[in-house]
Write a new protein. Structure first.
Length: 251
């Protein structure tokens, strides 16, 4: 969409991508520079790869404002702090001197979101932004994106393979198969009555029903703190140098 890949090897044999009526596939480089990172911003799946490990957060965030909005460092600092606090980074003034490796996975993704929002984009493309995060942090990032979308009146293009996230987040859904859009519909309508066979197979692949309960103990496993053929820890005599009270060596 933003033509980040060089051509060749990338190619666009047919079709077009239009943003506010303007073709992006046929736009010149100067026009694209005005769109990339400004009107359309992007966050990626793995922030540790996207952030520069050699630079502090302040330097990387200031670079965005310097290049895209021509701001000086003193004026930019206040906006950077506001944006970091908006995305949930605690003690933002202190964290500006941190490097990416000093942040947790969720914090790094929040910094990437802040970096994208500094240019006040009309459209935010989120490419699998929660896949590398654990479930609890994933829920926090999704809630943050919902809030920012409403607060900033911003369009959100969310790329994911997680059908549960699609249900929670999407207004409209485009289903892709081998690089082609095979179905496009309102989210509720698509999940209730999928039309394309590929969409039907995707939805059918979701597990349903009740989980099968597991036995309290697997067959042959040690239970109650005891080892088969040995003694429990409670029977160990500390005064005997690790030997059990029955006289045998603790295994």
């Amino acid at each position: 969409m933003l033509r980040l890949l060089p051509t060749p090897p990338a190619s666009y044999p047919s079709g077009d991508i239009r943003f506010h009526g303007q073709s992006l596939l046929h736009a010149d480089e100067a026009t694209l520079r005005g769109v990339r990172g400004n009107r359309i911003a992007m966050i990626f799946q793995e922030p540790m790869v996207s952030l520069n490990p050699l630079h502090t957060l302040e330097k990387q965030l200031y670079e965005v404002l310097s290049l895209h909005r021509g701001m000086r460092k003193q004026a930019a600092r206040g906006e950077i702090l506001d944006c970091l606090e908006r995305v949930g980074i605690r003690q933002a003034p202190r964290r500006l001197a941190d490097y990416p490796h000093q942040l947790s996975g969720g914090e790094r993704q929040r910094v990437m979101i802040a970096m994208a929002l500094l240019t006040r984009p009309e459209l935010l493309i989120a490419d699998e932004p929660t896949t590398a995060l654990d479930v609890s942090v994933q829920a926090q990032i999704l809630q943050l994106l919902r809030e920012l979308k409403q607060e900033l009146n911003m369009g959100l293009l969310f790329i994911t393979h997680n059908l549960s996230i699609v249900r929670q987040l999407a207004d409209r859904v485009a289903v892709m198969q081998n690089g082609r859009c095979v179905e496009h519909n309102d989210c509720r309508a698509l999940f209730s009555a999928p039309a394309h066979p590929y969409t039907q197979r995707l939805l059918d692949s979701e597990p349903d029903g009740e989980p099968v309960p597991l036995a309290a103990d697997a067959p042959g496993a040690a239970a109650g703190g005891r080892f088969k053929g040995g003694v429990s820890r409670s029977q160990r005599d500390p005064a005997s140098g690790g030997r059990s009270s029955s006289g045998g060596q603790q295994p």
